[in-house]
Write a protein that binds this ligand. Structure first.
Ligand code: AMP
Length: 517
């Protein structure tokens, strides 16, 4: 039986260690001491999450519940986990009081150090999301497996806790066995980083790259086996019933088994893209689908092929595209140009914009498909500078906005420190509906407040348009957004998928700026 106190000590030790290797070694040594049933719990806690997902405990409730404490550490990992499971399961009439009393009894059994750890864990302030990479290395070290194998398996095993269990308990063979794409079991889509222009993208990708139109629709992953076709969203929800025309089109492809990655988008009669919100009307609808499909037909444009008779995930981008070109007719593929010419890339980008699209994606020709990864082998280039930033806090509005949380504090994760770095504030671009929604959503995530500002768990991601970045002594990253405006909330993205300080610094450098940070 492992005590919570040992985990808290490990967590403190990691936080105090600057070197990545040191963190990995501490974590790996700790993971090796755990009993089988403790592995998943410990990996969750150390990653700043709990096995139950959201528990809905806010700062105020915690303060109220932490009246008494223990003087000796006796709480076990299993004990804490069972208490959290019971709190989560307590729903319905009278639940609030019962949850409070369960929480009080848990905290009364914790020492002050453990209480502070649990409080940060429960309100989501452990901020160790950036430790994912470190955790994967530690799991590999603890299991005595190559990091690359564990990283690959991570694409197919849901969650780090489950990954650690497989690696530590089942060993190399099981890990290898998981490294497989299965039909009708969707994998997390590969994500992109940001480049400031086509020239920079070419350089970052080694001089030659594929450029593709970036269409602003909905990501789809389509699996086919014979006459059976299923369609999944970026969040891996099945939406087969919402998109009959895409199902019919893919069904007609001659390849027997296929997994395709692409974008579904509503085009107008002239073939120009409709706004993102219009495309989204087609998803989530379960009644009168045929009627809506007639009024607002969707087109599918595929850009990757992960399986064609066999898995292609580990193959390079060019090879996967060759498979795509063999299986999918050209009108259903995203327009693409492979070039090493900066002028040709630029002209291709201009053509994408002229056709009404968001910009282009630049892709490495050799890199494998990184399911769920935001690697540097796909780079997006958009006309307006936009960044997907995390909301860290919001200020109460004035005048017409009194009673609403309005001015957003925005930040990006610095992967080096695991901290969110604030880059600026904005209340521009928010509609009344967005204000009402964000006030509710932010209050649900409140961690503390002062007179003007409510601070929140860093969970909400907003797409922010801005004119440029400025050197600034006011903000800790030394950079500030100019003329920032909210474009939309990215409810399809988690904070760990938002842009990081690396992208921000690259945009600043491309502007000709010298980063002070
Ligand atoms: P973003 O969501 O802004 O990070 O950009 C990535 C998204 O662009 C992907 O998830 C796709 O939904 C979309 N996209 C549009 N065209 C392409 C393309 N040619 N290749 C990859 N992704 C694309």
């Amino acid at each position: 039986m492992t005590l919570l106190a040992e985990l808290v000590q490990t967590s403190e030790h990691i936080a105090a260690t600057a070197a990545r290797l040191g963190k990995v070694q501490t974590l790996a040594a700790y993971l090796r001491t755990l009993e089988p049933d403790e592995i998943e719990i410990a990996v969750h806690f150390l990653s700043g999450s709990i096995p139950q997902g959201r528990i809905g405990i806010g700062y105020a409730l915690l303060e109220d519940a932490a009246a008494a404490h223990a003087t000796r550490a006796t709480l076990s990992l299993q004990g804490v986990n069972s208490a959290l499971a019971e709190i989560t399961a307590t729903q319905g009439a009278g639940a609030a009081a019962r949850r409070r009393s369960l929480l009080r009894s848990l905290l009364a059994r914790a020492t002050p150090g453990e209480q502070s750890f649990l409080a940060r864990l429960l309100v989501g302030e452990l901020r160790q999301g950036a430790l994912e990479g470190v955790m994967i290395e530690a799991i590999a070290a603890a299991a005595g497996q190559p990091v690359a194998d564990v990283r690959r398996a991570a694409m197919y095993v849901p969650g780090l806790g489950a990954l650690a269990r497989v690696a530590l308990l089942e060993g190399a063979e099981a890990l290898g066995g998981r490294v497989r794409l299965e039909l009708f079991s969707p994998v997390a889509p590969m994500l992109a980083q940001t480049a400031s222009d086509t020239g920079e993208a070419l350089e970052l990708l080694g001089g030659t790259a594929a450029f593709e139109w970036k269409m602003d629709g909905a990501r789809i992953q389509v699996h086919k086996a014979g006459a059976e076709v299923r369609v999944y969203t970026r969040a891996l929800n099945e939406v087969t019933g919402s998109v009959p025309e895409i199902v019919a089109a893919v069904c007609a492809f001659t390849s027997e088994t296929l997994v395709l990655d692409g974008e579904a988008i509503a085009l107008d009669r002239l073939g120009r893209p409709q706004p993102f919100q219009t495309t989204m009307r087609r998803f989530g609808r379960t009644v009168n689908v045929a009627e809506l499909a007639e009024e607002l037909p969707l087109s599918a444009f595929f850009f990757d092929c992960l399986h064609d008779g066999g898995t292609l995930v580990a193959r390079g981008g060019s090879e996967r595209h060759d498979a795509l070109a063999r299986s999918v007719p050209e009108p259903m593929r995203v327009p693409r140009l492979v070039t090493s010419s900066a002028e040709a890339a630029r002209a291709f980008y201009e053509a994408a914009l002229a056709a009404g699209h968001e910009g282009v994606m630049a892709k490495s020709l050799g890199a494998p498909y990184e399911a769920g990864g935001r690697g540097a082998s796909w780079l997006k280039i958009k006309r307006a500078h936009t960044l997907d930033l995390v909301v860290l806090a919001a200020e109460w509005g004035h005048g017409r906005r009194t009673g609403k949380l309005s001015n957003l504090h925005l930040g990006a994760l610095d992967p080096a420190t695991g901290e969110y770095v604030m880059l600026g504030k904005t209340f521009k671009g928010l509609t009344d509906a967005m204000l009402a929604w964000q006030t509710r959503a932010l209050l649900e995530r409140e961690t503390r407040r002062d007179r003007h500002t409510v601070y929140v768990r860093p969970e909400l991601v907003a797409e922010i348009a801005f004119s440029d970045l400025q050197a600034s002594s006011r903000y800790p990253g030394g950079l500030a957004l100019r003329l920032a405006r909210v474009k939309r909330y990215r409810d399809d993205k988690r904070a760990s998928e938002a842009d990081t300080m690396e992208a921000v610094r690259r945009i600043f450098a491309a502007q000709g700026g010298q980063s002070g940070a």
